[in-house]
Design a protein around this ligand. Sequence first.
Ligand code: ADP
Ligand code: TYD
Length: 223
Amino acid sequence: MRKRRVSTGTFISFEGIDGSGKSTQARMLADHLRSKGHEVVLTREPGGSPGAEEIRALVLQGDPDRWSAETELLLFTAARRDHMERLILPALAQGKIVICDRFADSTRMYQGLSRGDLRGTVDALHTLMIGREPDLTLLIDMDPEQGLARAKGRQGSEERFEDFGTELQTKMRAGFLALAQEFNSRFRVIDGARNIEAVATDVTNAAQTHLARKTDASASLSE
Ligand code: ADP
Ligand code: TYD
């Protein structure tokens, strides 16, 4: 059979508690992969498309009690749907690597866990409206006290979830580790409580291992 390149891209997400270093590592991975010649789209949630960025402002600014848990879930899902339609799916169809700073696992944790148990509703809505998981999820795991100290060091008006404090972030950390077991084929857990370069080395290795496996799989398909 003639060799044929598989043209679907690779979808990588970063997850973890606030301040764990996701944005830093997502940026560094994007730079690294670009330096190796890959086409990379670096994006984030909530946001990543003009409409979703507008929704970001609605959910992250203002009074924390502005929305019920269910309304908040609908807003995050609406933002994700727009982001998928306008940025993520077109980029993947063009064979690009999409790196997303948070994705649906954040909704499973923050909306699914933080204000009662909405996990079933989160998953049902995800199946109905999103229907796609990342190919690889890098969980930057670390102690919440350390993460909060880092997150508080940043300036800005988007403090809603950071304001939940250490107790919630501890629950989130445990929840993320449980998700990593639930979806163990796509998750890699990375120790984030080290210097930036050490964390970045593990991130790069995990991404490169995934990309190499994918290349091997597509080569054997086309033989
Ligand atoms: P997140 O996106 O997970 O909230 P950021 O990447 O924005 O985290 O990092 C939060 C803060 O901590 C930033 O000021 C960043 O420069 C700093 N930071 C990130 N990674 C590390 C690290 N490994 N060690 C020390 N500080 C870090
Ligand atoms: P982000 O800007 O990534 O925060 P940080 O850099 O502090 O990690 O995300 C903003 C907040 O939005 C964060 O506290 C988590 C929350 N969030 C949800 O509650 N649900 C979601 O689906 C997503 C994507 C984020």
